[in-house]
Ligand binder design. Structure first.
Ligand code: FE
Ligand code: FE
Ligand code: ZN
Length: 274
């Protein structure tokens, strides 16, 4: 059975989001740790989290994925932006321990003209300062489409970041199907080849979660526009084949398609019944 869910709002708390996930036959979900544009996180309610942890265990939820705000850029050229990224990242990791043993996904960042190598250095420096041996959360680098000066649109860049992290057992990768397709990895015509190359460069043992999205933009466009399943350039068949691949089918799969709750329910059903 697939472990599949979608992005949901945490604004009403963890127990609410858990029940909402169950209501659409999801057994995992993703949420923003705070406003996606950054800003203050809501205080964690220990009673709510305790109820959620019991609920998730009872309903056999797979690991869940927290998503860092989009404004978090560890390789900005502005020191204050890098400091903000570090503050948010460290605070989010502390809060993640309320729901232990799950995933924290972030966009590696945009080097804004400083060059990929400088960017990667800043990203690994930040990770080396804030990862803790005792943390139970695995931090995931999201595969990016390569728009603008984004770091992390090639498997080599992701591997280089992981190699630079001392506590690399805390690191993994979240593969976004829209992003890798837009970055030029042909999961439509050469899925085995792409996953084999991922294994060679990064190691499939690092692949921890999936963002399942169709792509409005064509192959290798380096543009990041999600489409509903079957309404983009990847297509339903390729996405069904993707989730059922032996290297993928046991991972938590998160839909980030442009949908309301009913739309997500339809896509979850579609993938479970395919
Ligand atoms: Fe993302
Ligand atoms: Fe994504
Ligand atoms: Zn995206």
């Amino acid at each position: 059975m697939l472990h599949i869910g979608c992005h949901l709002s945490i604004s009403k708390g963890f127990l609410h989001i858990g029940k909402e996930a169950s209501s659409i036959d999801a057994d995992t979900f993703q949420f923003f740790t705070r406003n996606p544009q950054g800003g203050q996180a809501k205080d964690i309610d220990p009673a709510d989290v305790q109820k959620y942890n019991a609920y998730a265990a009872e309903h056999k939820f797979a690991k869940i994925v927290a998503h860092a705000p989009y404004t978090l850029n560890p390789c900005s050229d502005k020191p204050e932006t890098r400091e903000f990224a570090e503050m948010v990242f460290a605070d989010d990791l502390k809060r993640m321990e309320f729901v232990p043993n799950n995933y924290y996904n972030f966009h590696p960042g945009s080097h804004v003209g400083q060059g990929v190598e400088t960017g990667i250095g800043m990203i690994t420096d930040l990770l080396n300062r804030i990862l803790k041996p005792e943390q139970t959360t695995t931090v995931l680098l999201e595969t990016m489409s390569g728009k603008g000066s984004e770091v992390g649109s090639t498997f080599e860049e992701l591997a280089e970041i992981i190699a630079g992290v001392k506590l690399s057992d805390k690191m993994g990768v979240c593969l976004d199907t829209c992003h890798v397709f837009a970055a030029g990895y042909d999961i439509v015509n050469n899925l085995d080849g792409v996953l084999c190359y991922f294994d060679e460069v990064i190691g499939l043992n690092r692949l921890k979660a999936v963002h399942l999205n169709d792509s409005l933009m064509p192959f290798a466009s380096h543009k990041d526009r999600h489409a509903k399943i079957g309404e983009g350039c990847i297509g339903k068949k390729a996405l069904v084949d993707f989730v059922n691949h032996p290297a993928i089918r046991s991972l938590p799969i998160i839909l980030e398609t442009p949908n309301d709750l009913a739309g997500y329910a339809t896509e979850i059903k579609m993938m479970r019944n395919a």
